[in-house]
Design a binder for this molecule. Structure first.
Ligand SMILES: Cc1cc2nc3c(=O)[nH]c(=O)nc-3n(C[C@H](O)[C@H](O)[C@H](O)COP(=O)(O)OP(=O)(O)OC[C@H]3O[C@@H](n4cnc5c(N)ncnc54)[C@H](O)[C@@H]3O)c2cc1C
Length: 300
């Protein structure tokens, strides 16, 4: 089946891009595999009008509102292949269906790679958190850990001590902060623990302590962790989209990737990770892609 635009990934960035293009009278297909990165978090914060709701509740409203647009079609499935051909792009799903479109928007997000520490995955987004703007208010002034090392760990300490002074940095092995950084951390009465972390002790994702390899248990309310990630989908790589050093899709203003006719939006191309940012980026990519299409059609 042929569309004007296919959007791969139908979470915040993709659904917003779909609404913007649908309202711009474009025939759009959104393909989504239903696995957003924040699925486990019980309360999504800091998105005006939706503060504290579950991710699923926010998506439910978005899907209901999109149903009003007969220009937009939604398909539950995983896109596994993306190819450029003379008239545009073809996208094939895991179920074997192939769709074509003149343009693509990729809003597939990123995949966090969990460390091999028991408890981290179960607590992810609940009490092991990635972002103070999303979850910091709820655990402000509470005993808090930071799982990190080196410059990244130091930066996280500097940021998070604004929310709580009761901080412990777990380097999970030999500390790789510079002597200068260690001195600054110690000056703020922040403890650095190098003993490897054995496990996060928790009940249904709510942690109560970090257990060290020597059996010590450090009681805490929350742990911040900046985890490594990969692109959630390899379609950007299949199409030849350039990546940045950090592993994000390289984009110019408004989400234009290095491949002509392909835009990206949301977590897959931005370090500012948050629902409002993904929504704003989805709008911008859709509006500027549509502008590009109108200009081409006008000149033709
Ligand atoms: C644990 C956690 C908690 C968070 N809490 C908050 C919070 O409280 N407030 C806040 O503002 N932000 C929060 N964030 C950040 C926020 O969730 C992200 O910024 C936002 O989800 C990014 O939206 P996105 O549309 O770019 O990607 P995602 O929401 O990750 O969605 C990507 C979508 O693409 C789909 N997809 C991927 N590959 C394919 C494929 N090949 N074919 C089809 N579909 C595909 C996925 O299934 C998914 O539905 C949190 C993030 C995490 C990890």
């Amino acid at each position: 089946m042929e569309f004007e635009v296919i959007i791969i990934g139908g979470s915040y960035a993709g659904l917003q891009a779909g609404m913007t293009l649908g309202r711009a009278l474009r025939k759009v297909l959104i393909i989504d595999s239903g696995n957003p990165c924040n699925a486990q978090t019980p309360h999504s914060h800091n998105f005006l009008t939706r503060d504290g709701e579950t991710p699923a509740a926010i998506t439910k409203v978005a899907l209901e509102q999109l149903k009003a647009y007969n220009t937009v079609q939604l398909l539950h499935g995983k896109a596994v292949k993306g190819e450029k051909y003379d008239k545009g792009f073809s996208v094939t799903t895991e179920a074997g269906e192939t769709f074509t479109a003149k343009k693509l928007i990729i809003t597939t997000g990123i995949k966090d790679l969990m460390p091999e520490i028991p408890g981290v995955a179960a607590c992810w987004g609940i009490s092991v958190i990635h972002c103070p703007y999303c979850h910091g208010y709820e655990v402000a002034k509470q005993p808090t850990g930071i799982l990190g090392n080196g410059e990244g760990g130091f930066e996280t300490v500097k940021l998070i001590q604004h929310w709580t002074k009761d901080l412990t940095l777990f380097t999970n092995g030999p500390c790789s902060l510079t002597d200068e950084m260690v001195a600054q951390v110690k000056k703020k009465n922040i403890n650095i623990i190098e003993t490897p972390v054995k496990a996060i002790i928790h009940d249904k994702g709510y942690l109560s302590a970090v257990e060290l390899a020597d059996g010590t248990k450090v009681p805490l309310k929350a742990v911040y962790a900046r985890l490594p990630f990969i692109q959630h989908s390899d379609i950007p790589a299949q199409l030849g989209c350039e990546l940045t050093e950090s592993g994000h899709i390289k984009v110019a203003d408004f989400g234009k990737t290095s491949v002509e006719g392909v835009y990206a939006a949301g977590d897959n191309c931005s370090m500012l990770r948050g629902v409002p940012n993904a929504v704003a980026a989805g709008l911008a990519a859709a509006a500027f892609l549509n502008r590009e299409m109108i200009w081409d059609e006008f000149d033709a």
